[in-house]
Write a protein that binds this ligand. Structure first.
Ligand code: C2O
Ligand code: CU
Length: 549
C-alpha cells in the first residue's frame, strides 16, 4: 500500500477568543491543528510547507521513528528550521504505537498554537483490548495567549524573567464559560445515556500539569502515550504536558448537563479552569439549558503529589500474550540525572543576571548548537557537541534546606551529549530537587518509550528503592512526571539508532536549559543502522536565539 500523504501548510490565520482577535501560526488554518489518523505500523508522509513569516519545525511526539531521526523534527537537534517559503517532506514511521499521541511544532515556542492529535488505530483485522466504544472523542488541552507567542518568547529570551502566562486554558480550542466573553466558546460533548465513549486526551499546553474531571462521572484509563494499560478506575485524570491519556467515559448518570473542567495541578497565575459541557441527549429528552446551575467538579488540592502521580504509581501495562513487556533486566548504563532550577552563574565581574533563572540536568544547562547535532554526528563535523554528558552527580540533597539546588545553584553551559552503544540497556533515575515553589518536571525522551519502573518521594535510595521496582508490568510512557522533591526511574533498551532529544516538556524549563541529547550508535547489522538522510533536509541558516550574553 502507498503511504498516505498529508499536506501541512503552516500559515498565519486569524482567530478570536476572549474578545481578542489575532493572527497566529497554525497548520492548515486550524486551531487546534488537524488530527492525523493512521493504523499501527503504517508509514505516513507529511509535506510540511512553510507559508508563514517565521521558521518552523514539526515533531511527531511519542512516535519512535525507528532508525529515522531525520524526520523527528527538532530544531538544532535533528534538523534546522524550515524557513519561510520552503518545505520538508517528513516520513512518520509507526511501529508498535497504538492509541493517542500528538504532533507539535518544535522550534521557539510555536507549539503553543501549532499542535494536533495523532490517533493510531489497530490494524483492520484487530480490535481494542477493551469493549468497542460507541464513539471516540479527541480532547486537546491547550492555552490561549492574547499576545503574539513569538513576541512573548523573544521578550522572555531577552529579559529572562518568568514567562508571561497565557490568558486562558482551552478544551479543544475553547476556553469555556468561566472566562470573560467566552460563553459561546464552550466545548460541548453530546452523549447518549448508557453508551460508552473513548476520550483521547492530549495535554498540548506549554507549562501546566492539569487535572481533568467531569462532575459525577468516573473514568477508566485504558492507555497512555500510545500504549495500552490495564483498565484503571479513577475520579480524575492528571496529565502533564507531553502526555496523552485514553480513557473510557460511561454515560451512566441521570440525563442532564454536567460540567467537565480542567484545572492546574500546581499553584499558578491562571486559576480559572477551562470548562466544557457534557450533555445527555435522547430522542425525546433535551437537557434544559439553564437550571439547575451546573456544578464544578471538586478537584484535588494544589500540589497534591499523590493525586498527580496516581497514574505513574498505579498504571500497569497490559503485559499479556499480545502485548508482551520487554523490561531490560541487566542494566549496562546506570544513569542518575538531577533536575534543577538554577541561578545564573556570576562571571568574574558581574552578576547582572542574578535575577534570572536557568535550568539544568546534572548541572549542565544546555545551549543549542548552530548546526543540528544529527547533521554534525552523521557527517563527523567536530566542535558542535561534546560527547561527555556527566552521568553521576552527587546523590544527596537536603530537602529541608532552602537552597535552590546542589553546586550553589550555578550550572555550567554546554552542548554535551551522552553516547550509547547500540542495544545497551539503560536505567535513568531522575531526581527532582526543586524546593519551595518548585514543580514536578514532565521529562520526555524522543525515539523511545520508557518503562516506568518506580517513583517515590524524597531522595532516591540506590539500595532500598530498586528492590521495589515493578519489573513485571510497568507502564510504557514517553513523558514521565518527576515529583518536585522525589524521583522516577525508567528503563529502555537503546535499539533505535539516532540522535534523540530529552527535555522537560515545560517550555520555560526547556528554554532555561533542562535538556540533553542521547546519541545511540549504529549496530552491526544493516537493519541496526540509521536510514540515510532524505534529500530535502533543511539546512542551518539562522543560529539559535541564546540565553547567553
Ligand atoms: Cu513533545 Cu521534544 O517534544
Ligand atoms: Cu521542568
Amino acid at each position: 500500500a502507498h503511504p498516505v500523504v498529508h499536506r501541512f501548510e503552516v500559515t498565519k490565520s486569524t482567530h478570536t477568543r476572549l474578545c481578542h482577535t489575532k493572527s497566529m501560526l497554525t497548520v492548515n488554518g486550524q486551531f487546534p491543528g488537524p488530527t492525523i489518523y493512521a493504523r499501527r505500523g503504517e508509514v505516513v508522509i507529511i509535506d510540511v510547507i512553510n507559508n508563514a513569516d517565521q521558521n518552523i519545525t514539526i515533531h511527531w511526539h511519542g512516535v519512535k521513528m525507528p532508525r529515522n531521526p531525520w524526520s523527528d523534527g527538532v530544531n538544532f537537534i535533528t534538523q534546522c528550521a524550515i524557513t519561510p517559503g520552503n518545505r520538508f517532506r517528513q516520513r512518520m514511521i509507526l511501529s508498535d504505537e497504538e492509541g493517542t499521541v500528538f504532533w507539535h511544532a518544535h522550534s521557539d515556542w510555536s507549539r503553543a498554537t501549532v499542535h494536533g492529535a495523532i490517533i493510531i488505530l489497530p490494524p483492520k483485522s484487530e480490535t481494542y483490548p477493551f469493549p468497542k466504544p460507541h464513539a471516540e472523542v479527541p480532547l486537546i488541552l491547550g492555552e490561549w495567549w492574547n499576545g503574539d507567542v513569538q513576541q512573548v518568547y523573544e521578550n522572555f529570551m531577552a529579559e529572562g524573567r518568568d514567562a508571561k502566562v497565557s490568558d486562558a486554558f482551552l478544551m479543544n480550542g475553547q476556553p469555556g464559560d468561566l472566562y470573560p466573553c467566552s460563553s459561546q466558546d464552550t466545548y460541548k460533548l453530546r452523549v447518549e445515556p448508557g453508551k460508552t465513549y473513548l476520550i483521547r486526551m492530549v495535554n498540548a499546553m506549554m507549562n501546566y500539569i492539569m487535572y481533568f474531571k467531569i462532575h459525577n462521572h468516573n473514568f477508566t484509563v485504558v492507555g497512555i502515550d500510545g500504549a495500552y494499560t490495564k483498565p484503571l478506575n479513577t475520579e480524575h485524570i492528571a496529565i502533564t504536558p507531553g502526555q496523552s491519556i485514553d480513557f473510557l467515559l460511561e454515560a451512566n448518570q441521570p440525563p442532564a448537563r454536567y460540567y467537565m473542567a480542567a484545572r492546574v495541578y500546581s499553584r499558578g497565575a491562571v486559576y480559572v479552569p477551562t470548562t466544557g459541557i457534557l450533555e445527555y441527549t435522547t430522542e425525546n429528552y433535551t437537557s434544559p439549558s439553564s437550571s439547575p446551575p451546573l456544578q464544578l467538579p471538586s478537584f484535588p488540592v494544589f500540589d497534591d503529589w499523590a493525586a498527580s502521580s496516581h497514574f505513574s504509581r498505579n498504571l500497569r501495562s497490559l503485559a499479556d500474550e499480545k502485548h508482551p513487556v520487554d523490561v531490560p533486566m541487566n542494566i549496562t548504563e546506570n544513569l542518575f540525572f538531577v533536575l534543577s532550577i538554577n541561578l545564573w552563574p556570576c562571571l568574574e565581574d558581574s552578576c547582572v543576571k542574578s535575577d534570572r533563572l536557568l535550568a539544568s540536568i546534572n548541572n549542565i544547562s544546555m545551549l543549542m548548537p548552530d548546526t543540528d547535532i544529527l547533521h554534525a554526528y552523521y557527517n563527523g563535523i567536530k566542535g558542535v557537541f561534546q560527547p561527555n554528558f556527566p552521568d553521576q552527580p552527587p546523590r544527596k540533597f537536603n530537602f529541608a534546606n532552602s537552597e535552590l539546588t546542589w553546586s550553589q545553584g550555578h550550572p555550567q553551559f554546554g552542548t554535551a551529549v551522552y553516547m550509547l552503544e547500540y542495544n545497551s540497556t539503560v536505567e535513568i533515575v531522575f531526581q527532582g530537587t526543586n524546593l519551595g515553589e518548585g514543580i514536578d518536571h514532565p521529562m520526555h525522551l524522543h525515539g523511545y518509550s520508557l518503562y516506568v519502573v518506580g517513583t517515590g518521594f524524597g531522595n532516591f535510595d540506590p539500595v532500598k528503592d530498586p528492590p521495589n521496582y515493578n519489573l513485571v508490568d510497568p507502564p510504557l510512557m514517553d513523558t514521565v512526571a518527576v515529583p518536585r522533591r522525589g524521583w522516577t526511574a525508567v528503563r529502555f533498551r537503546a535499539n533505535n539508532p539516532g540522535v534523540w532529544y530529552m527535555h522537560c516538556h515545560f517550555d520555560r524549563h526547556q528554554t532555561w536549559g533542562m535538556k540533553m541529547v542521547f546519541i545511540v550508535m549504529d549496530g552491526e547489522h544493516p537493519d541496526e543502522k540509521m536510514l540515510p538522510p532524505p534529500p530535502d533536509m533543511p539546512r542551518c541558516q539562522t543560529p539559535p536565539l541564546d540565553l547567553v550574553f
